[in-house]
Design a protein around this ligand. Structure first.
Ligand code: FPP
Length: 249
């Protein structure tokens, strides 16, 4: 099976999943966290090299305080409880986003996990938290501009690979481009997620809400990727059909 190197997932539909079942919205996040564990393990087993999960967007800050508190608690609990398992699995861990806006305790938990798993060489697991692609690009341009003003960089040197070095995904180096984006819950939007890195990504949308998206659904999505023909703006490499002479003459 052809497996994408970098898979990014917009884990959507937790709230609707819970509401449809008569539960409070937070219960959807609780069930969604269980699926995170399953999908991380399945990605590792399939040989995915990098997995980026959209856990919280810059726009999500507008949610009620009690829902935010549940999300922070779940994130802390997930990182603490999975740390040893991830270490045994040789998983490396990173977080992309406006981390300084997070509660200091969560920042500490994140930093300790990143440090502990930094020397691992297996699956690169990334959480996008307080993440927005436009904010990411703006901070990259600002930092590059500051480096130009201080003489460390020159404006002429700006190209795609240079900008990559200023994005939050810079530590991923050769893996920063996303191959496959999955969005659950039937919404067909990109929602400010890895806009630069997904320039040539394949997209997969499913009606399944995130709390129901487990191993089987993930494998099905990856199989779909295997059938895609990625052309990067070229024609199919094996397409050698001459145009009719009426068109070219
Ligand atoms: C979208 O569903 C989901 C989120 C905003 C949060 C995702 C968080 C988790 C899966 C739990 C913790 C995460 C990790 C990585 C351990 P929604 O609430 O927008 O659903 P709706 O569109 O139905 O309202």
């Amino acid at each position: 099976m052809k497996v994408p190197e970098h898979v990014a997932i917009i884990m959507d539909g937790n709230g609707r999943w819970a509401e449809r079942r008569g539960h409070p919205r937070f219960y959807g996040h609780v069930r969604g966290t269980k699926q995170v564990r399953k999908v991380v393990r399945t990605a590792d087993r399939l040989g995915v090299k990098a997995l980026t999960l959209y856990a919280f967007s810059t726009e999500n800050w507008n949610r009620p305080a009690h829902e935010l508190n549940v999300l922070w608690k779940l994130l802390k609990k997930f990182i603490r409880s999975e740390l040893e398992v991830m270490n045994k699995q040789n998983v490396r861990f990173r977080v992309f986003g406006q981390i300084d806006r997070l509660d200091p305790e969560l920042q500490t938990v994140i930093n300790e996990a990143v440090d502990k798993l930094a020397h691992n060489t297996g699956l690169q697991l990334n959480f996008a938290i307080s993440y927005g692609a436009r904010s990411e690009i703006i901070q990259a341009i600002k930092r590059f501009g500051a480096d130009c003003l201080s003489g460390k960089e020159s404006f002429e040197s700006l190209d795609e690979s240079k900008l990559n070095q200023y994005l939050w995904t810079a530590p991923l180096e050769g893996l920063s481009d996303v191959d496959f984006v999955i969005r659950t819950s039937g919404e067909m939007r990109v929602s400010n997620f890895l806009l630069w890195q997904s320039a040539y990504a394949e997209y997969y949308f499913t009606e399944t809400c995130w709390p129901d998206f487990g191993e089987k659904e993930f494998v099905k999505a990856i199989e779909t990727y295997g059938c895609r023909n990625r052309r990067y703006g070229r024609t199919s490499l094996d397409e050698k059909i001459d145009p009719p002479s009426s068109i070219v003459h």
